[in-house]
Design a protein around this ligand. Structure first.
Ligand SMILES: O=C(O)CCC(=O)C(=O)O
Ligand SMILES: [Fe+2]
Length: 236
């Protein structure tokens, strides 16, 4: 896969300020996809992801290949509305930490809720209390508990995220050559860094410390489905 990613003509790469990327499958517009067939080497991969996960209602038809230098990342964002809300990301080469942070929209809810709660006594029987015991203006308890979460993505790993991780969180990768491990939820992956990272920051016992250095480039393949496909856009 790494080889195929780099064998393509140089013109396939589009350079952005903070990374370069290849776009496969066609052009995504807010209203859908102007399709182009995926090449066989990507089709093989996306078909396997579809089959093995059973999470896509039809074939994955769009793949973005991002390449990051060790100090590059991607700002926190939410994937666009044109995509089916399941994302499969294959990581290659350097490990990285990807951060999931609650969408600012939820913070607004939380702040609004705080004001509401401060301004009214919710134990007062005159206030409107729903069946769940909460005032109608209040948002569910779990909204309070949303914390930033990070995941360590090792080379050759496949990250799939969907549902709340898709709709309620932004995802991003820090523009830094050093990535911290303290918020990493999948701690069982951390020991694997030892075999991959040449210059990791080590703790006093010589193991992996609270951060690691990204010493090589990383490529990732973001595989998604754009449900709405425009067969013919241009009419002459
Ligand atoms: O490189 C990654 O793991 C993230 C890529 C991503 O978020 C995207 O292509 O939308
Ligand atoms: Fe994304």
């Amino acid at each position: 896969m790494v080889v195929q990613t780099y064998v393509v003509s140089a013109s396939r790469w589009k350079s952005l300020k903070n990374r370069r990327l290849q776009n496969w499958g066609g052009v995504v517009h807010e209203k859908g996809l102007l399709p182009q067939d995926l090449p066989p080497w990507l089709k093989k991969l996306t078909e396997r992801i579809c089959e093995q996960t059973g999470l896509f209602p039809s074939a994955i038809n769009h793949v973005l290949i991002n390449e990051y230098l060790p100090e590059q990342g991607i700002m926190p964002h939410q994937d666009g509305p044109a995509y089916f809300p399941v994302v499969a990301i294959l990581s290659l080469q350097s490990p990285v930490v990807i951060d999931f942070t609650p969408h600012p929209r939820l913070k607004e809810c939380k702040d609004k809720d705080k004001v509401t709660a401060e301004n009214q006594d919710i134990t007062d029987s005159s206030s409107k209390v729903g069946e769940n015991g909460l005032s109608d203006e209040l948002i569910p308890r779990e909204e309070y508990d949303r914390q930033p979460q990070s995941l360590l993505l090792m080379p050759r790993s496949l990250l799939i995220f969907k549902d709340q991780a898709y709709s309620d969180y932004l995802h991003g990768i820090e523009d830094s050559e050093v990535h911290r491990l303290d918020k990493v939820a999948n701690v069982s992956e951390i020991p694997k860094l030892q075999d991959t990272i040449v210059a990791s920051s080590s703790d006093s016992a010589g193991g992996i410390g609270s951060s690691f250095h990204r010493t090589s480039n990383r490529a990732s393949l973001t595989c998604r489905l754009v449900p709405k496909v425009h067969k013919k856009l241009f009419k002459f």
